[in-house]
Write a protein that binds this ligand. Structure first.
Ligand SMILES: [Zn+2]
Ligand SMILES: [Zn+2]
Length: 75
């Protein structure tokens, strides 16, 4: 899935900390989204590990399956 910068329409790059625009260097936080129902996931932090939980019936979601979407209001 690709996302565009709301300011300059360049494709955003994703890393561990969120999304970055390579053109205008804006940074956006990311939101974890369920790959099955596409609702935001609850983030559970325990003992240095992070788990993602779907409150809409899909249960725990493996980090590999989590879809990250940019929070465009977070810049
Ligand atoms: Zn940009
Ligand atoms: Zn779900």
């Amino acid at each position: 899935m690709n996302f565009s910068c709301p300011a300059c329409q360049q494709r955003l790059t994703h890393n561990e900390t969120g999304f970055d625009c390579p053109n205008c260097e804006r940074h956006f936080a990311h939101i974890a989204s369920c790959p099955d129902c596409h609702q935001p996931l609850q983030v559970l932090k325990a003992c240095g590990a992070v788990d993602y939980f779907c409150q809409h019936g899909d249960g725990l979601i493996s980090k590999k399956r989590v879809e990250f979407i940019p929070d465009l209001t977070s810049q």
